[in-house]
Design a binder for this molecule. Structure first.
Ligand code: ADP
Ligand code: ZN
Length: 314
């Protein structure tokens, strides 16, 4: 790193369908970005990412820190022998993959690691729609349903990171479709993820018109999730994005209304963010929340690194 220059951070978002590698700064400026498909052979995918990083470090110098934001479940307890390993994922070939070990063995310097949704939440807190908030939820509705939950300024972490996409919810009366989650059937992910919508309707989600009854069912499941979030940690705001909701923004109003009806006057959330329209919102960073999440994790790892004090950000 040249003296006085911005430190260069490397972010890697390991996603269900693709992995996004980016080079950027602690201010969230992306210098360059490359994607590789997430293959069935994790070693092959990770080695392709390694090749991209090696090329960048030859061209630009060593990274000040690397941040990885990965699909989960992921072991995040520092003291665990399995730290940084992926747990029981439906993603073929990836169960037990040692993500932290792979990067730690190959690159010097600090490695930050978290889940894709916690990373995206941290990016929204730094640069997006959760700036200034200490308690909020980032929900993504895409290939799966995931929630990055921040409470008192930190990701919620018990013996494991929360997996609120899999909570069971009350069904819309008359709907008895069994759901698509391989573990739980009709959990939120089993009802509202892109693949669930496609399994139920038999059509690509993007081809369903906005007045399709399927969207009422999806909005209902997501409103029920929001109900649980409100009651569990009283977030100051709920951000909902991902491939499904960002392509179907009409869902937002339906989720707000479903949440209002479900809470039924219990807790005055309408007063929290100046109304429900400001309480359940799209992410400020849009589809960049995920990749920027990896950069936010790298920025945190850099700030925590021993050595010269990092420059103050304005
Ligand atoms: P990932 O969860 O892998 O990061 P995305 O958040 O991009 O991916 O979400 C991908 C999902 O979005 C797919 O399952 C697909 O069904 C859904 N999707 C893609 N386009 C649309 C659309 N126009 N309307 C609704 N859903 C869509
Ligand atoms: Zn489930």
């Amino acid at each position: 790193m040249a003296g006085g220059a911005q430190p260069l951070l490397c972010g890697i978002e390991l996603g269900g369908t693709k992995c996004v590698c980016l080079l950027g700064t602690p201010e969230g400026e992306i210098r360059t970005q490359v994607s590789v498909p997430t293959g069935r052979d994790p070693d092959d995918t990770l080695r392709r990412i390694e090749g991209i990083l090696r090329g960048w470090s030859v061209a630009h110098g060593a990274f000040a820190a690397i941040g990885v934001a990965s699909f989960g479940p992921l072991e995040l307890r520092r003291g665990s022998a399995n730290y940084g390993r992926i747990g029981a994922t439906p993603k073929e070939g990836w169960t037990d993959v040692d993500v932290a070990g792979f990067f730690n063995r190959r690159f010097e310097g600090r490695l930050g690691l978290t889940t894709d949704v916690i990373g995206a939440a941290l990016a929204e807190a730094r640069w997006g729609a959760a700036r200034g908030l200490t308690d909020f939820a980032y929900v993504t509705v895409g290939t799966g349903v995931g929630v990055g939950l921040i409470a008192a300024g930190r990701p919620v972490a018990g013996w494991h990171h929360p997996e609120l996409g899999h909570v069971r919810v009350q069904r819309l009366p008359g709907d008895s479709w069994p759901g698509a989650c391989p573990f739980h059937g009709d959990c939120v992910e089993g009802l509202a993820s892109g693949p669930a919508i496609e399994a139920r309707s038999g059509a690509a989600a993007g081809t369903l018109p906005a007045d399709s009854p399927v969207w009422d069912l999806v909005a209902h499941a997501l409103a029920q999730l929001a109900h649980t979030l409100v009651l569990a940690t009283a977030p100051q705001r709920i951000l909902i994005g991902g491939g499904v909701v960002s392509a179907q923004p009409h869902l937002l109003a339906r989720i707000r209304e479903g949440l209002r009806l479900s809470l039924n006057g219990y807790l005055r959330i309408e007063e929290v963010a100046g109304g429900l329209d400001g309480y359940v919102v799209l992410p400020g960073l849009g589809v960049r929340a995920g990749p920027l999440g990896a950069l936010a994790v790298a920025a945190d790892a850099y700030a925590a690194a021993p050595g010269p004090t990092p420059p103050e950000s304005a």
